[in-house]
Design a binder for this molecule. Structure first.
Ligand code: HEM
Length: 508
């Protein structure tokens, strides 16, 4: 007996808008009891700018969640509280390692109710933080979207969130389309599977077009220095001024330091759905493809393993993460295509989807290079030429990445050296991971299940000649690259190392 194909309604997923809520996010909580939260959110940028947010929050009473009725209200409360929490933690000259009860108590309750971690996530920043400008127009159009909450008030920040919202909306219909493809594969209906794959590929192309529009209105310097520091979590944040994490003062008497990853688009369930439904396997970071991989493909899609991409599921709303596991249990498209190798249109349609998704990841790598890798190098270069006093005035994520410490992407690996000697060279590979290598690995894995050999070759091609000197990497002297040092760089949810020898937008 095959497991049933998941029904979207059981997971709160919209047939038209996917992981975006069917009911539009509320622009304010209806119960006036919550006016104090709304007033803080409405003035968040000014309160952060004037450094008065902490004082205001410290004087705020602990509000009960009893007045929250519908899911949309709980989601609005979660979004408000995470903006306040991150504003509180990161909105000073140095971060606060405590969250006062006025935020901690309701945030913990709301998070439990919604099955999300009590920290800013993709859900609180993007999925539940937008409104259409014109109610009768679609929300997959960037020209019809606005944000509800921001830390900075900058259009760059709004744009950063809204590009994701538009991508989610445009990609939403792919979910039911591909569930139909799974049902059709069960019926051995290759024509329908091919048709669904065509629709998928076309929408993937649209989504990539939306992604590259990031460059239009989100400036990399603003992103790196003004926006990203507020998205930071509390995990691996020693350099940014949070050595232990954050204490949530919930009045329980048992208030340990907590550590959470920061808000990242890696928490998008949509992109993970694409991987799952196409049978793409993401290995733990740094792990190479092994020869027995084909045998793993017998039956269904491979079982989940622990890795960064899997870890990000813990930051998705619970029902969305459960949906991904349930789809994983029924994903049959790759096997179906494999068993119909002689059906050229089917194989081409499947490979086209992989190719489109791989292209999307290519564009994303270029974005990460421009928005994180290059600015972090600039900061580092500047800090080398300045006195420590001049550079240490403000402590946050933007200033932290200048420290040339190699640390693994998460706390498990970071804790691996009890003597505190994190030798740079030990950190690459299984334990610690380079940001761009991680993203390239995810991109390369996207092409691996391709059916046609030319498609496999095409997607595994090395775009860059390794070790080649270029404008960004520096010229080689006596055959050796000029810069080979590893630099710690904070991503969004992860902490990574980057090689000084690689990089440059044109190289990926
Ligand atoms: C300025 C724009 C962006 C920057 C700077 C950026 C940065 C990053 C970084 C640093 C990572 C590594 C994981 C981490 O540290 O969090 C990552 C991963 C990821 N990002 Fe982005 N990102 C951007 C936009 C987007 C958008 C719009 C999406 C689409 C929803 C997206 C989807 C992903 C996904 C799915 C991953 C996981 C890796 C993969 O599956 O290939 N990113 N991003």
């Amino acid at each position: 007996m095959l497991p049933p194909i998941p029904l979207l309604a059981d997971y709160g997923i919209s047939p038209t808008h996917g992981f975006l809520p069917d009911t539009l996010p509320l622009t304010r909580l209806p119960d006036p009891y919550y006016n104090k939260w709304e007033a803080i959110a409405a003035n968040l940028q000014a309160l952060i700018l004037s450094k008065r947010l902490r004082g205001v929050v410290d004087r705020l009473p602990v509000l009960s969640t009893i007045g929250l009725e519908h899911d949309a209200e709980w989601r609005r409360a979660y979004s408000l509280l995470t903006f306040m929490a991150h504003g509180y933690i990161w909105g000073g000259d140095s971060p606060s390692d405590r969250l006062p009860p006025s935020i901690a108590v309701p945030l913990l309750e709301v998070s439990r109710h919604l099955e999300v971690p009590p920290v800013a996530t993709y859900a609180s920043l993007c999925l539940w933080n937008f409104k259409p400008l014109f109610i009768d127009e679609d929300i997959d159009n960037l020209e019809n979207l606005a944000t509800l909450n921001t830390f900075t008030g900058a259009i760059d920040e709004s744009w950063f969130y809204l590009v994701s919202v538009a991508m989610e909306a445009r990609g939403g219909p792919i979910i039911s389309l591909m569930l139909s493809a799974i049902a059709a594969a069960r019926e051995n209906d290759a024509v329908t599977v091919t048709r669904c794959l065509h629709g998928f590929a076309e929408r993937l192309d649209d989504i990539t077009t939306l992604l590259v529009r990031m460059h239009e209105s989100c400036n990399p310097t603003v992103f790196y220095h003004r926006i990203r520091p507020f998205l930071a979590g509390s995990k691996n944040m020693a350099d940014a001024g949070l050595p232990n994490g954050v204490v949530y003062e919930d009045g329980s008497g048992n208030e340990p330091f907590r550590q959470y990853a920061g808000g990242s688009n890696a928490q998008s369930s949509l992109i993970q759905f694409f991987d799952v439904v196409l049978g793409i396997q993401h290995r733990p970071t740094g792990e190479k493809r092994h020869p027995g991989v084909e045998s793993e493909r017998q039956g269904h899609a491979p079982p989940p393993k622990h890795n960064f991409i899997m870890e990000m599921r813990r930051y998705m709303p619970g029902p969305h993460a459960r949906f991904l596991s349930d789809v994983q249990a029924v994903a049959n498209i790759r096997d179906f295509v494999e068993s119909h190798r002689s059906n050229r249109p089917l194989c081409l349609a499947y490979d086209a989807c992989l190719s489109m998704l791989s292209a999307l990841r290519d564009k994303h790598i270029a974005i990460v290079t421009r928005y994180i890798v290059l600015p972090s190098r600039e900061v580092r270069a500047r800090s080398r030429s300045r006195s420590p006093e001049a550079t240490r005035r403000k402590v946050n994520l933007a200033t932290a990445s200048r420290q040339p410490q190699g640390i693994a992407y998460d706390a498990h690996a970071a804790a691996s050296k009890p003597d505190g000697h994190n030798k740079q060279s030990n950190l690459k590979g299984t334990g610690g991971t380079a940001l761009i290598s991680f993203l390239k690995q995810a991109r390369d894995e996207t092409g691996e299940p391709a059916i046609e050999q030319w498609a496999q070759r095409f997607m595994s091609r090395q775009i860059r000649t390794e070790g080649q000197g270029d404008f960004f990497a520096g010229k080689e002297e006596n055959g050796a690259p000029v810069h080979t040092e590893e630099v710690e760089v904070k991503g969004l949810a992860g902490t990574w190392t980057i090689d000084d020898e690689v990089g440059g937008i044109c190289n990926y």
